[in-house]
Design a binder for this molecule. Structure first.
Ligand code: F6P
Length: 500
């Protein structure tokens, strides 16, 4: 269902619509619902990944779900990124998309406020202090209802609905109430905090109750699923048996069983492997190294510009290594891709200032006319350029302070088809559960991180190969198709009640 390039969106009475959409009233047997659609309206012209008014949305969620939705015969419900703009359902790159309209107020209170200044820091170990505001919560409730209504309108009888991530935790319950015929799954892409931290949330009961509307709740790590079940027991008094929560109605009778399990997410392995073997991309990676002056070592960090990613800690370790002369600017360059993210949220604005100040300080101190210590790129790049960067990098730095999974780590390993290179990986990422042969670090331990960087820079070829081979084996056998098939298979399983 590819849309012809010349026939994208037309404005019609202020409502945007695409000509190649399904007939109005089409009902879908399978629907994914996430805060963002896989594409965002772009208001600025001429960005590299701009596709006629749409560009790929940021983040791991889209990376993981787009391959499934390109193949599946279903629809994706989400916000299209432009406040106050109504867009009719349309198709894009083979996906049926159902836009949900958010007002400027919704964006400020539900998205920037409750989702990204309350839940995001709360669920990521309170690295930044979460803010609790009743007006944000009211908006979160209202917007979750909007998403649930959009799904209800477009879902066929008995459809399977897969709700994604922390922005939409009330949607499972709202859907169950509106459409008891639906099969409802939920997947949390970010960590679920321990009850001792979750306890801070004034609306902790409502969130747990919202999630328990689902038949199956998926988490990145077993510890996230465990945290959720402990919170369900502690804050709602739910009866939890193994991986099952027996959900009761107002009369005390069991209405359904909600299961909570880990389903670690992955990437489109074939796509990345194919790109990594593509001669044009290999040539581009050679060009990148040449443009950097062919240093002995290229180090790489790729992150959304987010305080959970440990970019400050990484720069601190790197600066100390330069300062101590263990790394010389003539021999090594650190490329830091920091893609723009949530730029109107205060903590993100402050972070950007701090990172850019630090990079300026490092470069001012250590650069020569010919060599740059840190190449800082505040951009997003298309996947082809990302793979060229992965191929150009001898050392990949993933130093997150807390991360649900971290798909960049998996992409780097997948791109290293020659089994070369080294991955430094924070033990506080979901990926660390699977990529055990990485050089694992605690990013708070700056000396430990410095030792790991030096080890990676000097890693003997045989050891590098052994480690990379082990990690590649894990990822090649657990790609994103496995992830979605595992989740959807479990969602549609008949559940036997566990009373043990
Ligand atoms: O995976 C976490 C996540 O918040 C996704 O839900 C989201 O799509 C992505 O990161 C990017 O964040 P945002 O949509 O706020 O730009």
């Amino acid at each position: 269902m590819q849309e012809p390039a010349s026939d994208k969106l037309k404005t019609n009475d202020g409502v945007r619509a695409a000509s190649k959409r399904r007939p109005a009233g089409t009902k879908f047997d399978f629907m994914v619902v996430s805060n963002r659609l896989p594409v965002d309206r772009c208001t600025s012209e001429g960005t590299e990944d701009d596709d006629g008014g749409w560009r790929r949305s940021p983040g791991g969620l889209v990376t993981a779900l787009a391959p499934l939705m390109t193949k599946a015969d279903g629809a994706w419900v989400g916000w299209h990124g432009a406040p106050d703009e109504t867009v009719r359902p349309f198709s894009h790159e083979g996906m049926d998309l159902v836009p949900v309209q958010l007002s400027s107020d919704d964006v400020e209170l539900y998205y920037e406020g409750f989702s990204n200044a309350t839940l995001w820091p709360l669920y990521h170990d309170v690295i930044a202090p979460p803010e609790f505001h009743r007006a944000w919560w009211d908006s979160y409730r209202k917007v979750n209802r909007k998403f649930a209504d959009a799904v209800s309108r477009h879902a066929a009888d008995g459809a399977t609905i897969w709700v994604q991530d922390y922005q939409l935790q009330l949607v499972p319950r709202l859907l169950r109430e509106a459409r008891p015929d639906l099969r409802i799954g939920f997947f949390n892409h970010i960590p679920f905090p321990p009850p001792e931290i979750f306890a801070q949330l004034p609306w902790r009961k409502e969130i747990i109750d919202g999630l328990l509307g689902a038949d199956l709740l998926g988490f990145q790590r077993p510890s996230d699923a465990g945290n959720f079940m402990r919170s369900a027991r502690r804050f709602l008094g739910a009866s939890v048996k193994q991986q099952q929560v027996h959900v009761k109605g107002p009369d005390g009778a069991i209405t359904h069983i909600a299961r909570a399990q880990a389903f670690p997410i992955s990437i489109a392995v074939e796509q990345i492997s194919d790109l990594a073997k593509n001669p044009a991309i290999i040539e581009r990676s050679r060009q990148i190294r040449e443009d950097l002056g062919n240093p002995k070592t290229v180090l790489l960090g790729v992150d959304r510009l987010d305080y959970t990613k440990g970019i400050r800690h990484r720069l601190k370790a790197y600066e100390e290594l330069l300062d101590e002369g263990l790394i010389k600017v003539e021999d090594a360059t650190l490329i830091q891709v920091a893609s723009p993210s949530r730029e109107r949220v205060e903590q993100y604005r402050l972070l950007r200032e701090e990172i850019e100040g630090t990079v300026g300080h490092i470069n001012g101190t250590y650069d020569t006319i010919q060599n740059t210590a840190v190449r800082y790129l505040h951009h997003s790049y298309p996947v082809e350029e990302m793979v060229a960067l992965y191929l150009a990098a001898d050392v990949m730095l993933v130093t997150a302070l807390r991360d649900g999974m971290n798909l960049v780590a998996k992409e780097y390993v997948t791109a290293r088809t020659q089994d070369t290179g080294a991955l430094i990986l924070s033990e506080f990422t979901g990926a660390a559960d699977q990529l055990k042969q990485a050089l694992l670090i605690n990013p708070h331990d700056i000396d430990g991180m410095k030792n790991a960087i030096m080890r990676a820079v000097n890693l003997p070829v045989r050891e590098a190969r052994r480690r990379m081979k082990g990690m590649r084996k894990q990822i090649l056998t657990h790609d994103v198709d496995h992830w979605s098939a595992d989740f959807l298979g479990a969602l549609n399983e008949k559940v036997v009640r566990d009373d043990s």
